[in-house]
Design a protein around this ligand. Structure first.
Ligand code: THU
Length: 134
């Protein structure tokens, strides 16, 4: 499954619209029932409007009715060169936490196929969630 997600994330990165940063990101999100939703980063002339690849994939899935997720694979690097591991930013971690639990797996992958697995719980400990609002 990691190979399939890696390929999907790399393919999504090909659609990255990042003329301002030159930083290309692709993400592939796996639902609990095995569907894959992909996303790329989408920048804007008004820089702060940029949307990360992870949130693109997540919002696509949620808008299609998905609510249960298992894992996400991420590739990212300058000019499509995935020499380092790219982790979801803080905003994306928080966005994912709405529907993804602490055991949600995040896989970051380098061009050479090397990968690291971590969980949302590790990347976003003591998070703020809907339970805090009740
Ligand atoms: N970016 C992502 O898409 N995901 C990340 O995990 C980190 C950053 C994007 C946002 C922006 O288009 C570019 O990378 C540089 O920050």
């Amino acid at each position: 499954m990691i190979e399939k997600l890696t390929e999907a994330a790399k393919k999504a990165a090909e659609n990255s619209y990042s003329p301002y940063s030159g930083f290309t990101v692709g993400a592939a999100l796996l639902t609990k029932d095995g569907k894959i939703y992909t996303g790329c980063n989408i920048e804007n002339a008004a820089y702060s409007v940029a949307n990360c690849a992870e949130r693109t994939a997540f919002f696509k899935a949620v808008s299609e009715g998905e609510r249960e997720f298992k894992a996400m694979a991420v590739v990212g690097g300058r000019d499509g060169d995935f020499t380092d591991f790219c982790y979801p930013c803080g905003v994306c971690r928080q966005a994912l936490s709405e529907f993804c639990g602490e055991d949600f797996m995040i896989i970051t992958i380098k061009e050479n196929g090397e990968y690291k697995k971590t969980t949302l719980g590790e990347l976003l400990p003591s998070s703020f969630g809907k339970e805090n609002l009740s």
